[in-house]
Design a protein around this ligand. Sequence first.
Ligand code: A2P
Length: 345
Amino acid sequence: QSYRVAILGATGAVGTELLQLLEARKFPISELTLLASERSAGEVRSFRGEELTVEAVSPEKFDAVDIVLASAGGSTSKEWAPIAVKAGAVVVDNSSAFRMDPQVPLVVPEVNPDAVEAHGGVIANPNCTTILMSVAVWPLHQKQPIQRIVASTYQSASGAGARAMEEVKQQARAILQGQVPPTEIFPYPLAFNLFPHNSDLNDQGYCAEEMKMVQETGKIFAASDLRISATCVRVPVLRAHSEAINLEFEQPFDADEAREILKSSPGVKLVEDWQANYFPMPMDASGRDEVLVGRIRQDISHPNGLELWLSGDQIRKGAALNAVQIAELLVERNLLKASAPALAL
Ligand code: A2P
């Protein structure tokens, strides 16, 4: 059986990757519709050797669609997901619009695949930093529940979209030529610089990106008592995020045992060469499916602490790949019709 698929946000960084992944992973597609805003309607993209024209999104575009993979920002999802669901499609949404809605499953297939069963038309793809951390620490949490996580992120420009990636390149060129770097997408120069994540701050001083890691991880792990603190930072890297993660358990967790567990965990690749001081790097993670994990070591400041370091492709596992894996789960489990009542979106 094959399905009618639409990509909403098909011209963006994640949309472009979705297109490639659907082809590479041979997702069973009978018809593919590429949707974006008026701005890019008429542009052409190739899929399985065929030329497809990007169309401006409108209600009737969802009339004959089984799955929508949406990555066009929160307000676009809020506007179009209800229309797509009403038309009978299941929406896998990459935006933050529905992630914390109790009726909407928030899914990382390596962690909580069964959560897809209860969907009411929309399934949310978590935030990129949350996905990468979840894949790496869930297998350890299975062995011994994590009590507390302190995460520091080193986030690439791709999280802010294709235009942001272009802006970093322009900034680098401008700085090298002694000119003032352009700052249209980012508030400050990112090239040759870094700054704390520029999402909205709450009254406790945490930004929205940090709170996504806190809240979404609790929901995905079904562990509301898991304590998490995060500091999210943008760095001048194009498309893979890195994270320094400190884990605190109830009992000591042996670093070698963690290494053994992670060696055979789904979606993880252990990258450690202690002699060469070679560990995960965003450059190596770019274009790869796995989250690269390494530098696993006992925390010298706490008997029950463990430190690890990871890099993962933000566009791929942090967004597009995770969404395609969710779509594959829906197909495998024959869940392309909502099993719960349709969301009151
Ligand atoms: P467009 O090319 O027409 O602007 P990125 O995250 O890389 O910035 O990509 C965002 C994606 O979301 C693009 O494909 C963009 O299309 C699409 N998009 C943004 N706003 C809207 C909108 N209001 N309606 C439909 N698509 C949108």
